[in-house]
Design a protein around this ligand. Sequence first.
Ligand code: ATP
Length: 444
Amino acid sequence: MVFALFVVRFFARRAKKRTTDDKYLLPQAEQPYQTFATAIIALPRASHLAQSPLLDRLLIAPGSPGTAEVGHNVPVSVDSHELLLDIARREHIGLVVIGPEAPLAAGLTDLLTDAGILVFGPSASAAQIESSKIFAKQIMDQAGIPCAQAHAFDDQAAAINFARISNMPWVVKADGLAAGKGVIVAESVEQTIAAIVQLMATHAGQRVLLEQRLVGEEVSVLALCDGTTLLPLPPARDHKRLRDGDIGPNTGGMGAYAPADLDAETFTHIVDHLMLPAVRAMTANNQPFRGALYAGVMLTEHGPRILEFNARFGDPETQVIMPLLEGDLLAALLACAEGRLQPDMLRWSAGSAACVVLASAGYPEAPRAGDVISGVESAAEEPAVLLFHAGTDWADGALVTAGGRVLCVTGLGNTRRAALARAYEVVENISFDGMQYRRDIGRS
Ligand code: ATP
């Protein structure tokens, strides 16, 4: 059987200047993209997929300079569902792994599944756990999952009135997908009102949630899920703010490490009492969740509380979790898609991984593209280091920035300290104009 996967961002030890495989190029007229779209998708560790004895071929849509090293890039946007279905059929694809949230929310899984193709990634209905924060709250209410108290509004005047009467600041959240820009943690009633106005002016914010502000350390717990069984991955911690000391705007994540400091009891509590009840409720509602379930958790003084669920592997956490994997990831993803996941299918190394994100000038508000990146070739040869291409492209034979988060450098070591040291050693050798990164990953 042929196994191939459509995904977007992978790591490569050496990014070659070959970015597409002609064999998979469509006739010019049918090509929605002449070059690759900026990578917008998070993805698991490609080498584990590529090394799986089950794998015959790996196709990646649309791919990046990094992914060309581990598979065949196919220049098709993840929004071109019919084209992807066509290729999946034509190439006898055994499993499609969907990385980003947008095609999940838009029903790519449903389209492929209806055509008899196996998919790792939830249906549009189940993906609402991420694509609608109000839906996620309803599931949490139904299942009795501890989370912040919240109130939903689709009327701006009513939301503002509620904020005034309550006379306290709220965390304001756009209901829909907002690529990391949909949450504002207000410090005052005035800021709450300004956040309501700001978010309700966006497409994702037609409905908003006003959520009680929680305090505590954050941790991310990801688990594979086949609709019934959960296979938890090691916990990770990411750093969302742009600048050292956890200040500046929220980003998609500037760095992360795994495993995070979480005792076994709390970890088990999160999986059994915060994640599993959500999965059971969704199955009971006839919306079984098959894919990667990501729980953003705050460890409050009253116990762990869910901040958000995502319906996919999130970056940068996945870039530090997957390097710890010892086992056949593809076999586990396949088992999810076929509804036969076992909680002990994967093993994990006892070491540590830490990553530092290199972001472009202007990120997150207005990332600049086209800056020439140097030092990547030699960095990719370094031992105990993985280089993930997130927003890169080739232009006139040079590797250039092509997105907000450009590269992620993951270091590996026996301890977190050693992993961080490795990552930072390599970061020092990479450069591009306006490069931004945090110097305090794993320390703040
Ligand atoms: P988007 O929806 O725009 O993609 P997101 O999914 O990253 O954003 P969340 O993870 O829900 O949004 O929130 C982003 C950050 O905001 C969290 O990591 C946390 O630091 C903070 N946050 C969210 N909810 C709360 C809360 N109830 N109390 C305190 N802080 C919160």
